[in-house]
Design a protein around this ligand. Structure first.
Ligand SMILES: [Zn+2]
Length: 250
């Protein structure tokens, strides 16, 4: 079959047998794309240091008639994001971003906005933006892009947003805030979410990526937002994302 080209970001690399690697990319038009790099573990020249996690590249590949696994022909490295591999906190954050994309996206279902969002987040981490905020902002935008935008504008029950009706909780099953009067759910399907944190998250939903750095999260809001996004994502996906456990301490 004819060779094709696409921009791509490497989101996972696995060894395959003695000599090969299986690499998963996210691409703006194809979405998630897995390919085999024949001889990548041996031939040092052809793929040298180019098929590493987080690398942004131009990919040449040949589709296969019989499987979703394409043949990786060659790659041109556009940005290796190499500094993300030299510091643990950045590395762990970038690994989480890639794992989120891996489990939240599908093959043959590309999204240019999502691709741009991933590149934006990797760039932010490389430029030394605070990694917890980068993860928070990335996930808020990811949920919006996927159609799972949490409802943070007002209470799902009474439609008000009134500090007098605090504490507010977030209902995982309803995907939105409930005030203390309207909340009828007990236990594990709701979690506390302070209005100050909910407000920051709501602003992040509406701001363009270029302006997200204007938002300032306190340490308490950062912790609460991370917990909230992790729980909401796990609830929606019905699976754990392992990289959450490997983030550096705040
Ligand atoms: Zn209410």
């Amino acid at each position: 079959m004819e060779a094709r080209q696409t921009p791509a970001v490497v989101i996972r690399v696995m060894d395959h047998g003695e000599a090969d690697k299986i690499v998963t990319f996210y691409c703006p038009e194809r979405g998630k794309l897995a390919g085999i790099a024949k001889g990548a573990k041996r031939s040092k020249k052809r793929f040298l240091n180019r098929l590493e996690p987080f690398s942004q590249l131009q990919l040449d590949y040949t589709p296969s008639r019989h499987s979703n696994l394409v043949q990786i022909q060659q790659v041109e490295l556009l940005n290796p994001f190499a500094t993300l591999r030299s510091r643990y906190d950045r590395y762990a954050a970038a690994t989480l971003l890639c794992e989120l994309v891996l489990f939240w996206t599908r093959e043959n279902d590309g999204d240019q906005l999502l691709f741009d969002l991933l590149v934006w987040a990797l760039t932010s981490l490389e430029q030394d933006a605070p990694w917890p905020e980068t993860i928070i902002l990335f996930q808020v935008k990811l949920f919006t892009a996927l159609g799972y935008r949490p409802h943070l504008t007002d209470c799902q029950g009474c439609g008000k947003l009134d500090p007098a009706q605090a504490p507010y909780r977030f209902s995982l099953s309803q995907g939105g805030l409930t005030c203390h009067r309207c909340n009828r759910e007990a236990g594990s399907t709701t979690l506390p979410l302070a209005l100050s944190t909910a407000n920051l998250l709501r602003m992040a939903q509406d701001l363009p990526s270029a302006k997200l750095s204007r938002l300032r999260f306190s340490k308490t809001s950062t912790q609460e937002a991370l917990d909230f996004l992790k729980r909401y994502g796990t609830f929606l996906l019905q699976r754990d994302i392992q990289s959450w456990a490997h983030l550096a301490p705040l």
